[in-house]
Design a protein around this ligand. Structure first.
Ligand SMILES: *Cc1c(COP(=O)(O)O)cnc(C)c1O
Ligand code: SF4
Length: 427
């Protein structure tokens, strides 16, 4: 067993805590990998084959967290390529979330009414083997150009309804502070943008990146929210803990997005521990993602039932703010759909029957209620601030809306009566 061949972790030198050094020393090839890890010939060939399709990049820091005695080490599984990535699964798609299809300009996805996703780089410090944007990240031919970013920013400017801009990638924090600041400043200068969000995995894979210089810069553009991506309790170290503290001390609300991964965190106990570590570090568990249908990650997928089982073990059993929202990002651009265990057992006009996390069944007596008595006179309605028309199910729920059904496009029964134009009632 080769030990401690990893670049000089033991010496605790200044280089180790320098993020640029960590970036330069990343492991990109099997040749570099075998210097640090005992791999047999087959493993070498397999990794080689996989990283010819999906790039490998492991920071010395993240590599140092790998338990070399454990072939199923959760850190190892997240960063070391595996031949299974080349197996095409049943639903594997290049762009399952239709991020490109919902893209008015390259690199910007406008899916929800009031917020957009803007990809500002396609590079990451480490390439996660389970990445949903696997076909995009690390590809030299798909680099994000400054022109594209500026077009994205122009689009945001032209749409006053956009109040929340999510900067992601790739990993925005691989950019230099100066480069990043230029982009953030442009977005902040748009009057209708209320909140800027950044998605980054650097606190996990390159905590050295969270420098005083970086947080000082970010603070100037508040409100800035950051979501990071911890998947396993073993990713908490003195370094990552310090990185989170710096961000939190800068007044940045922190959230975490975890991906549910077979063999890594598909366990209620692991998830509970992860949630507790997050909140101890002032990070609110935000989303737990069901693994997407992207190409190359089939071997990480669990059934949705596993996620429900985990939610069952969290809700009520631990602090409400330690429980993430479990979501399935719908293939085809439907967006994030929350899924929960069933807590509502039955309902009559006067009673709702619920069960709690312990299985206790109770009755909630409904009040006499004939709808809201609102006269739509408060400033939100009166000043014309509420601009949106009801969409989708809202039309059915709205007491003033006469829509009686929602009918999927191309419904054959409708087409028989109304021809291809569909329903004349405009639904
Ligand atoms: C996830 C996501 C967002 C942000 O969604 P929230 O639920 O507000 O966190 C925005 N745009 C796209 C395309 C997304 O995938
Ligand atoms: S950091 Fe995010 S974008 Fe980059 S490889 Fe990991 S999951 Fe993908």
């Amino acid at each position: 067993m080769k030990t401690n061949i990893l670049p000089i972790r033991t010496q605790n030198n200044a280089d180790w805590s320098d993020w640029r050094w960590q970036m330069q020393q990343r492991i990109h090839s099997v040749k570099e990998l075998v210097k640090c890890f005992d791999l047999n010939h087959d493993e070498e060939l397999n990794i080689q084959e996989a990283c010819e399709v999906f790039p490998m990049s492991i920071t010395p820091y993240y590599a140092s967290l790998i338990n070399k005695e454990d072939p199923r080490c959760p850190i190892r599984l997240q960063c070391m390529p595996n031949l299974q990535e080349l197996v095409n699964g049943c639903g594997d798609m290049d762009d399952p979330l239709y991020e490109d299809a919902d893209s008015p300009v390259p690199g910007l996805t406008h899916r929800y009414p009031d917020r957009v996703l803007l990809l500002i780089t396609n590079e990451c410090a480490m390439y996660c083997r389970h990445c949903t944007r696997k076909r995009k990240v690390g590809d030299q031919n798909r680099r994000v150009s400054e022109v594209d970013i500026d077009r994205g920013i122009e689009y945001i400017k032209s749409r006053p309804e956009i109040r929340d801009v999510l900067l992601s990638g790739g990993d925005p924090f691989v950019l230099s502070c100066a480069h990043l600041e230029k982009i953030i400043a442009k977005v902040r200068a748009i009057p209708h943008v209320q909140v800027i969000r950044i998605g980054t995995r650097t606190p996990v894979v390159l905590p050295q990146r969270i420098t005083n210089e970086l947080v000082k810069m970010l603070k100037k553009y508040h409100p800035i929210w950051i979501n990071t991506h911890f998947n396993h309790p073993r990713e908490f170290t003195p370094e990552s803990t310090q990185a989170l503290a710096k961000l939190a001390d800068a007044g940045i609300p922190l959230g975490n997005q975890t991906v549910l991964l077979k063999g890594i965190n598909d366990c209620s106990e692991v998830m509970k521990k992860l949630s507790h570590l997050l909140v101890q570090n002032r990070v609110r568990p935000y989303y737990l993602y069901q693994c997407d249908l992207s190409r190359g990650i089939e071997h990480f997928r669990t059934p949705i039932a596993k996620g429900i089982e985990i939610m069952e073990a969290l809700i009520g059993h631990t602090s409400g703010f330690a429980v993430p929202t479990y979501v399935v990002d719908a293939p085809g651009g439907g967006g994030k759909i929350p899924v929960l265990p069933n807590y509502q057992l039955s309902m009559t006009g006067t009673k709702t029957i619920l069960r709690n996390y312990e299985g206790v069944i109770c009755v909630y007596e409904e009040p006499a209620y004939s709808g809201s008595t609102c006269s739509k006179a408060c400033s939100l309605c009166k000043d014309g601030n509420v601009k949106h028309k009801p969409v989708g199910l809202q039309k059915l729920v709205d007491p003033n809306n006469r829509t009686i059904s929602l009918i999927p496009e191309g419904n054959i029964r409708r087409a028989r009566f109304f021809g291809l134009k569909g329903d004349p009632h405009g639904r």
